[in-house]
Design a protein around this ligand. Sequence first.
Ligand SMILES: Nc1ncnc2c1ncn2[C@@H]1O[C@H](COP(=O)(O)OP(=O)(O)OP(=O)(O)O)[C@@H](O)[C@H]1O
Ligand SMILES: [Mg+2]
Length: 506
Amino acid sequence: MTDTAAAGTILRLEKIVKTFPGVRALDGVDFELRRGEVHALMGENGAGKSTLMKVLAGMYQPDGGRIHIDGLRCVLPTPIAAKEQGVILVHQELSLAEEMTVAENIFLGELPRSRFGFVDWKVLNRRVGDILETLNVDFGPRTKVNRLSIAKKQMVEIARALTHDAKVVVFDEPTASLTDAEKTVLFDIIGDLQERGVGIVYISHRMEEIFRISDRISILRDGSYRGTLVTAETDEDEVTRAMIGRSLDLSRTSDARVAPGEVRLAVRDLSCGKLFRDVSFELRAGEVLGFYGLIGAGRTEIAETLFGLRRPSAGTVHLDGEAVRIGSPAEAIARGLSLVPESRKEQGLVLGMNCRDNITLPQIDRMTSGPFISGAREVEIYDKYQARLEIKAPSWRTMVKNLSGGNQQKIVIGKWLSMAPRVLIVDEPTRGIDVGSKSEIHNLIRELAASGLAVIVISSEMPEVLRVSDRIAAMHEGRLVTVFERDVVTEDDLIQAISGIGEHAA
Ligand SMILES: Nc1ncnc2c1ncn2[C@@H]1O[C@H](COP(=O)(O)OP(=O)(O)OP(=O)(O)O)[C@@H](O)[C@H]1O
Ligand SMILES: [Mg+2]
């Protein structure tokens, strides 16, 4: 690197190595970040992105390599040390203390070190309050974190980053559960940080975001550095090829479609308080029904009600022609329903258990009155879904908490598929999943339907809904506006329907 190029450099990582048992997560990775730049970090699930950033944030100690901040070599033995050097990480997995308030979380771990001598909560709350105001959120510094939705928790993580004077801010998949409005706020904040000369590292699997906000893109593949591209001089195909070593072959798209069979699920005038009202639809065997709408439109709540997690205030549900009242997830499972939930970390996984047991867990529940499944059979089940979903793990014995974010999600999907359900509901199935695996999961959904399953796919991504669905239910503020046939619906129709405008508006 020449001195002139180094002039704007705020951070340089050199030959970083990090190994875990059975995995070389980082194999001599270089990375350079400039003042005021948004530098995207891309790579498949398990490529090493989060690990590299955890090394930078003092959470992991590298086995080799050097870190320079502002031209000075530094060692970052703890997250506090990294923060003192001006490095702030907004985590991919939310890492908040649920029982504490927003302000307490923001200053967690630092309070004893505060220069005030004692903790002046009035001052801290006011400072946090000011920042929350710029973020345009509807909660305050004294709100308990466990009362917030995932999206709001993510905003708390972002507020934490803004509270500290940072030189480098790392966002690890920050938009995964943000609404469009929240995303716009985030991008404005990133713009402000840029103007102040802060260097920003931005991790995301969403190409449109990368091309919208980044200046450069560095790519990791299997723990190796694969080079840096200037965003304005590249395109999605080049980035994809660098990430997965080939172009995405969309001709491999499985477009298996079968004539829909019997009505499997019939929902009439289903309501749940203020969350959604008078929702009616039918779902046939062999069919994929997409639920499209903005975050907060009531889609997840419908899924939760069908699955027995919420009690409907009115309406009926028929499964295979029989009126059912599903009062708990256990009943839902017994009746052949599976739900791949939106917030997988909270609802989907036992982090301290291995990959195999997480996938076969619901079957063991179900097996209490039936024959036991053997360990060997369980491994067989795991192997099947590991191959199918391309789960990257050293072995079935690996604890789920040691998998990358995207691979954890694949485990949850595998878990619900392994139960061979009759009705499968998936909520945001490809959130956090890389481009290659994303199309695999779409193929899988189509194939599952072709094999006779009735599938509901909830998604906030229009291309995804259009790609996998036979019909698309558009939702707006708790109401099902209309159900479109995929073959005739246009993007405009969908946008209008979910915004509550146009001919379909209620
Ligand atoms: N604490 C850990 N113990 C063991 N292995 C780990 C640990 N953390 C990460 N790994 C492994 O290191 C590799 C890189 O994981 P990392 O989380 O950095 O991937 P990533 O690029 O962030 O992927 P994603 O897009 O899925 O978030 C993976 O194979 C993962 O299983
Ligand atoms: Mg990650």
